[in-house]
Design a protein around this ligand. Structure first.
Ligand code: AMP
Ligand code: MG
Length: 682
């Protein structure tokens, strides 16, 4: 991706407003390249095309200036609407060197030749020299063409190609860029195809980009242009082929277009997770639950790809792009009841209307009903032309082909208006939503048979510990059955992700390392249980530490032990405590929202309800507490024992009572917050 410049040489030291190039290859980004002038840039790009071709790779090169002008300009200048005629025209006339070029003079000449002298080009950027035909300001501006290309009308904040100078102006970049592209295109004839003017069947594609569309602000201390080309290159390189194809499918034979326009969310979607994404602020000993949650929310981002998915595979998946209704609901005005339809309301008193033959039933195409007549209508039928009001069949008499009823009845009574529920084009689902059964009804009704959804997040589960044996095996003295793994796999499935059983490993660091390595590429995230503290046999934390990516979160929560969070080969690892109660509570409270973010889902706090307590409890300040609870007779009762190994309590419970961080004396009848398991998606 290349960030262009229309100005002069910017010197030996990398700086802003120069030419910058960012290269991403096979998912890895090179450091952004600083190019001090266009001569260097042209040489560098030619060398890149050569070396990539030699390596047998295809290249998509983006340039951040328009490849064409608003309709009519090319023809007015060259006598031909072909944008390449204009490229040749500029190539033949632009004189360029690191220290000077003739772009302002040429803009002035064009204005005069087009007969205005006051446009379409404006803004002479030379402080010490007036240019005939090129005004300094927009006063008295005349433009025989559109101010913007179609693409620019859709790109909020984009500059027009007519403005030759001033912060953000692109006019000069076009003048100084097209000749370079024109030369490269000829030099690599047959190897380069230009989007969207040509079929992209050559090894190299040139596309027009506008980094501001998707790049976002630069990190502290990084030159904005350098950041933008690196980030946009990463975004494009991360696209699935199908998405890339969709984005390239643009018809703009004369003006050109901006790649990615309309797909901003898709392009911005997948920033990779950083290795230090779980790092805690220094000096923190006990992290309050809310702080831990906001850290997860800030640091994590979606890792799953979007794909077009048919409706019947959508349940529980995450919407990747806002969905708009194709069709209104209802599509046509229709009747809400069985009865008789006619035009207009009627006042108080008796009314008689002749009934036409036939009837309108659901599914019938709407016919015509003459004025002053009524027609038999059945629930759901589209209203015939000339009908806007329906009287209930229970309220009428039919005799001798006449309808008799007593008013008043309001115009529109017992009918549904077209689009009264949803109008076509309205957003019905927003990105980040988990599709429900009701959503399927809405999608179907509004004419959608497929939508862009995230692929399911694949979450691996590993149990650790020498004492653990598998259900069905014989447990020797001192051994226990693996309770966590079936539980965690079940929770993951209920959250809507794909559970991946990665088995059990003993307290053996090498074996655990091999298991984690083997999971790379197979899963998007891993939950482990056991071995997450800082002891000798706590190999999960030891390995993450070895990878330089361990954050041992001591969260002020009960039940809970330290959570070992870290990254292993790009996969976030959640090292949960071994105790099943703590493992489940930590999964519900911390892993669930974190996995949701990775899956592309909106951040949602589980919904809780203030209900009277059916128990008594004195709680010390400092830690948030979750009690296994259930609702009986309108009050929350809690499991008799708080012991962290009491698996029966997890099964007994139907939710959790959440007690605040502060100290508290709960008496029966006091309000407490009950979070049903359903609020966690269970
Ligand atoms: P750890 O975190 O490895 O020290 O384990 C804490 C406690 O949880 C120990 O009593 C373990 O035996 C128990 N535990 C660890 N993993 C499991 C598991 N998969 N199923 C049931 N209990 C477990
Ligand atoms: Mg253990």
């Amino acid at each position: 991706m290349v960030d262009w410049s229309g100005g002069n040489d910017t010197g030996a030291r990398p700086r802003k407003d120069a030419i910058w190039a960012g290269v991403s290859r096979s998912g890895a980004a090179d450091a952004p390249v600083y190019l001090r002038n266009r001569i260097d840039a042209e040489t560098w790009i030619a060398a890149l095309i050569d070396s990539e071709a030699q390596a047998g790779r295809r290249t998509l090169i983006g340039f951040d200036f328009p490849f064409g002008y608003p309709a009519g300009f090319a023809e007015a200048v060259t006598g031909d609407s072909d944008p390449f005629a204009l490229w040749d025209w500029f190539e033949a006339r632009i004189q360029d060197s690191p220290q000077a070029n003739n772009r302002f003079d040429l803009a002035g000449e064009l204005n005069l030749a087009l007969g205005t002298g006051n446009g379409p080009f404006w803004a002479n950027g030379l402080p010490n020299r007036d240019i005939p035909g090129l005004p300094r300001t927009k006063a008295g501006y005349e433009n025989p063409f559109s101010d913007r290309r179609h693409a620019e009308t859709l790109a909020k904040g984009a500059f027009t190609c007519w403005q030759m100078a001033g912060a953000g102006a692109v006019g000069s970049q076009v003048f100084m860029g097209l000749p370079v592209l024109s030369r490269l295109r000829k030099r690599f004839a047959g190897q380069v195809a230009v989007w969207p003017f040509e079929q992209l069947d050559a090894p190299v594609a040139f596309v027009e980009i506008w980094p501001s569309l998707t790049a976002g602000p630069a990190p502290d201390g990084m030159v904005k242009d350098a950041w933008q080309v690196q980030e946009v290159a990463r975004q494009f390189a991360a696209l699935a082929p199908a998405d890339l194809a969709r984005m390239l499918d643009v018809h703009a034979p004369e003006e050109g277009a901006i790649f990615g326009l309309g797909f901003e969310d898709r392009l911005k979607a997948d920033p990779p997770l950083r290795n230090d994404c779980f790092a805690l602020p220094p000096g923190v000993h006990w992290t309050p639950v809310d702080e831990a949650l906001s850290l997860l929310r800030e640091r994590l981002s979606v890792v799953t790809k979007a794909e077009d998915t048919p409706l019947d595979a959508a349940l529980g998946r995450i919407v990747a792009q806002d969905v708009t209704a194709r069709r209104a609901n209802p599509p046509l005005p229709n009747t809400a009841v069985d009865g008789y339809g006619f035009a207009g309301g009627r006042g108080a008193g008796p009314h008689v209307l002749p009934v036409v033959s036939g009837r309108a039933a659901a599914g019938d195409a709407p016919g015509d009903v003459p004025e002053g007549h009524a027609i038999r209508v059945l629930t759901g039928a589209a209203l015939p032309q000339g009908v806007d009001t329906v009287v209930l069949q229970e309220d009428v008499q039919i005799d001798g082909g006449n309808l008799r009823f007593t008013g008043p009845i309001k115009q529109g009574a017992n009918t549904r208006k077209a689009g009264e529920d949803v109008v076509a084009g309205q957003t019905v689902l927003t990105a980040g939503r988990q599709v429900t059964a009701a959503d399927l009804a809405l999608l179907a009704a509004t004419g959608l048979s497929s939508l862009s959804l995230r692929q399911r997040l694949r979450v691996g589960v590993i149990s650790t510990g020498d004492e653990i044996v598998q259900p069905g095996e014989t447990a020797a003295d001192g051994q226990i059955f693996d309770a966590n793994r079936p539980m965690l796999l079940g929770l993951i499935a209920q959250f809507g992700h794909t559970p991946v059983d990665l088995g059990h490993v003993g307290d053996d660091r090498a074996a655990l390392r091999a298991r984690l390595d083997g999971a790379a590429g197979q899963v998007d995230a891993i939950l482990t249980s056991g071995g997450a503290s800082a002891g000798d046999e706590d190999h999960v934390s030891a390995l993450l530490k070895e990878a330089g990516a361990l954050a041992l979160w001591r969260i002020a929560v009960k039940p809970g032990r330290p959570l070992a969070l870290g990254m292993w080969q790009g996969m976030p690892v959640f090292g949960l405590p071994g105790n099943p109660v703590a493992a489940m509570v930590c999964t519900l409270i911390f892993a669930r929202p974190a996995l949701a973010v990775l899956a592309g889902q909106d951040w949602t706090a589980p919904q809780g309800f203030d209900v009277p307590a059916a128990f008594e409890k004195r709680k010390k300040p400092g830690r948030r507490e979750y009690l296994r609870a259930r609702m009986r007779n309108g009050a929350a009762e809690v499991f008799a024992s708080e012991g962290s190994g009491r698996i029966s309590g997890l099964s007994w419970a139907e939710g959790l009572v959440e007690l605040p961080d502060e100290g508290l004396d709960v008496r029966p009848g006091d309000p407490v917050r009950f979070i049903p398991y359903g609020s966690f998606g269970l």
